[in-house]
Design a protein around this ligand. Structure first.
Ligand SMILES: Cc1ncc(COP(=O)(O)O)c(C=O)c1O
Ligand SMILES: N[C@@H](CCOP(=O)(O)O)C(=O)O
Length: 432
């Protein structure tokens, strides 16, 4: 598969080059040149396929012949070794739980896939120089990438996170592993971290010192595997015979954008809903037609505290840069922290379901959409385990929660991070 830069000022590249570069030299995000619908027989037969076979059909065209079939299948088997349960909330609403992987957030799928692809390419090329994976996180990407890349030969991972703005458990997940993983604690917000990472890719001094790539959803190997679970949900809900609407709590918009790519492959998704916190860049855009990024503000759904979503440009591309077309496919609503807590309590009391603040926003957005659209079935993505957000969860819910083994094992580990405030400090660290 060939990928082009969405800034249209850089050469086309192969899948391998797109993965190794992360971002195009003109600072554009890579996008696949050809998107082909999957066959009708695939969708007719999907209930007879297991998750690995579904994922293989979905991702193989994007990888092309750059990873042999059997190796790609092995990678997928390894990546998808946990469950993606659907939980019925009521007759019209289902939660798609994406937190059963090692770091208990949906990022595990993309991070594990990318780590294995990079490991494969490193091995194949017998690379002598290490690749440096730079990643910015508002909470969950960092932990998933740290875990996914831990011990991967030839790869150094450097995670930038906003100091004091991730939960205690998220911080433990990204600062305690050691080995090839280093955490940089940035005096700023997530957007500062993301801007530093993007600047680093264009920095010639850095480029001579290190081979850099990104493990944020700007990297196609992080972004595209996020399509898989939309197909898994379709497989499980197909028998209902209803139009499906997916509600996705969004920040950097990689997850919902992967769903839109799945739709392009022919997955029958009737409509998308995005739920955000006070960082309501895209719901505001859908209302006004005026796209305005903003400095992010802190909320209790911290992983969505993003004021300049990277994947907006891919969403535009998928809708031919046509505002009306986008509005037909996407509705957006934002909610404040009080509304989020109210929804967490409502779900517990009325449906005996414990949602995390991000999932609760997905639920609220879906409910708002369904109020005017009765004949569809709604799925909201429960993107992280509520245990990751203990201090902001209602106390009576917390009192009845048990700590999963994945989390228990890191609680007593020592945090190790390096504090930085400026881009210069980042480059000094990377060069020295
Ligand atoms: C728990 C959780 N929910 C939602 C999001 C938003 O996802 P995206 O950035 O793909 O929009 C994130 C972070 O990315 C997250 O960690
Ligand atoms: N919410 C994310 C922000 C980065 O998103 P990504 O999908 O582009 O890596 C996080 O948890 O770090």
């Amino acid at each position: 598969m060939t990928y082009y830069s969405l800034n249209h000022n850089a050469p086309d590249v192969s899948f391998e080059e797109a993965v190794v570069r992360g971002l195009a030299p003109d600072k554009g995000l890579y996008f696949p040149k050809k998107i082909e619908r999957l066959s009708d027989s695939f969708f007719q037969n999907i209930e007879n396929l297991d998750n690995v076979s579904i994922a293989f059909e979905v991702i193989a065209p994007f990888v092309g012949n750059e990873i042999p079939k059997n190796d790609l299948k092995k990678i997928l088997k390894d990546v998808l070794n946990f469950d993606f349960p659907l939980v019925e909330i009521d007759k019209n609403i289902t939660a798609l739980e994406l937190f059963h992987g090692p770091t208990m957030a949906f990022k595990d799928v993309g991070a594990r896939f990318m780590a294995r692809c990079l490991g494969y390419f490193n091995n194949k090329n017998n690379n002598k120089d290490n690749i440096t994976v730079l990643v910015a996180t508002s909470g969950d990407t960092g932990g998933a990438v740290a875990h996914g890349f831990l011990g991967v030969k030839g790869v150094d991972v450097i995670i930038l996170y906003p100091s004091g703005k991730v939960s205690n458990i998220q911080e433990k997940q990204l600062t305690t592993l050691g080995q090839n993983i280093t955490a940089l604690e940035v005096n700023g917000v997530f957007d500062d971290c993301q801007a530093m990472v993007k600047t680093a890719f264009l920095d010639q001094n850095l480029k001579t010192a290190r081979t850099l790539t990104s493990a944020n959803s700007i990297n196609v190997a992080r972004w595209l595997p996020q399509m898989f679970y939309y197909f898994f949900a379709y497989k499980a809900l197909k028998h209902k015979g209803k139009n499906l609407v997916f509600s996705v709590p969004s920040g950097n918009y990689g997850n919902i954008c992967a769903g839109m790519m799945a739709q392009k492959l022919g997955l029958p998704i009737h409509h998308f809903v995005t739920g955000t916190n006070a960082n309501s860049i895209i719901p505001d855009y859908l209302k006004t037609g005026n796209y305005k990024t903003k400095t992010s503000v802190s909320t209790i759904s911290n992983a969505m505290d993003v004021g300049d979503p990277s994947n907006f440009i891919r969403i535009e591309e998928l809708h031919d840069h046509n505002f009306d077309r986008l509005k037909q496919n996407l509705s957006g609503y934002s909610f404040n922290d009080a509304e989020t807590v109210k929804a967490i309590n409502y779900l517990k009391i009325h449906h005996n379901y414990v949602a995390d603040p991000h999932g609760a926003i997905g639920y609220l957005a879906l409910k708002t959409y369904l109020n005017q659209n009765l004949k569809v079935h709604g799925v909201f993505l429960e993107t992280a385990h509520p245990i990751k957000f203990l201090p902001v969860m209602p106390k009576d819910i917390v009192d009845n929660m048990t700590i999963p083994s994945q989390i228990k094992s890191i609680l007593n580990k020592e945090k190790k991070s390096i504090k930085i405030s400026t881009y210069q400090e980042l480059t000094d660290f990377l060069i020295n």
